[in-house]
Design a binder for this molecule. Sequence first.
Ligand code: FES
Length: 82
Amino acid sequence: MIQYDHRFTNLIDVNKITDMDKDAILCTCNEITCQEVENAIRQKKLKTIEEVGNETTAGTICGGCVDEIYLLLEKINGKVLL
Ligand code: FES
């Protein structure tokens, strides 16, 4: 399980994710696009980063994309369960 430290989310420009090209790769380790993650969150009603990882594999290797996943969860759900 990836440990996520939400203290660092304030360092991320939220526009980076909201303006992201839907076909842009969000998770380079697993070649998962922003659109795939967004679709999974909406369709499966995912609430946590771990659920997104289980469903899409995004964020399950190096963890470098976890901040972006967090922002997508926040954008879609309004909050993120940790
Ligand atoms: S970039 Fe997503 S797990 Fe490495």
